[in-house]
Design a protein around this ligand. Sequence first.
Ligand code: ADP
Ligand code: MG
Length: 327
Amino acid sequence: MSAGEFDLIARIRARVAQREDVVLGIGDDAALVQPPPGRHLVIAMDTLNAGVHFPPETSPADIGWKALAVNLSDLAAMGAEPAWCTLSLSLPHSDPIWLDAFIDGFSELAAQHRVALIGGDTTRGPLSVCVTVHGFVAPDRALRRDAARAGDDLWVTGTLGDAAAALAQWRAAAPGEASSQEPDEAARPLRSRLDRPTPRVSTGLRLVGVAHAAIDVSDGLLADLGHVLRASGVGAELDIDALPASPALLAAFGTDERRVLQSSGGDDYELCFSAPVAVRETLARFSTDSDTPLTRIGRVIADPELRIVDRDGRPWQAGRTGYDHFA
Ligand code: ADP
Ligand code: MG
């Protein structure tokens, strides 16, 4: 079955929820929205390309979820409350079944965060999905990369390395098999972290006024933490063995591989943040109340360098530090 551009747009429009602050959504030349008075608008954009950002056989619903998730993760890392988004879709064929499944995955996550899809663009081309999200934050309250201070603790949400582990397992599968293979029982929890990352939106909101600097881990902890340290003009001491690991990761990989996946693997979409020592209790309480694991992984130092040690205090040398599209 094939459908025209306007039919596809009509299908999208029929499947999305709205919000009261959307004055005019999908259907005109542009959308009209009513931002809340006195708050800053926070805007982020991220693109997913087939074969670069997800394995080509990823289900349409998972692609839809992930396209929004990676964007919401950027708002989370700013401490912003999400509100609206736009969607640019480049599709190789006009396939309404694929599109409906894609929008269902997208909408499932949008509904969880009350995000309204207010417009976009639909074109023919290699499969590519670009989303822009809009949210709000009170003036001077955003969690910026340049706000880490010497003496801060370094924290991370959830667990690290699962998505990179799933990608490594997918790459290691025999060629030809890889495109059709369903992940086996043990690999499934890892694969679901790759396909359906959880943006830490509520954690980001709770960190406003508590944390200093924050970033989401999309390219690998060391690469992303490096951005924070450079922007803030500070350094850090990191305990490689303090990095939180999931049971599935512990079961599938030995110490050496695991350290690399956790420190340099991308696509986890956890938050890494710095916070003063004085808020340790507040964060511990928040972690328990919200069922969000928060782990202290090191501290910020004045020397602008990154020192990584293992559990015995020996220096640990990182190899490749993260994903760079043009490296
Ligand atoms: P124009 O030609 O004026 O740019 P389009 O025909 O591209 O308008 O789009 C018509 C309407 O459908 C617009 O409101 C646009 O925002 C919306 N739209 C198009 N593609 C998408 C999409 N992938 N997701 C959401 N809205 C879309
Ligand atoms: Mg127009």
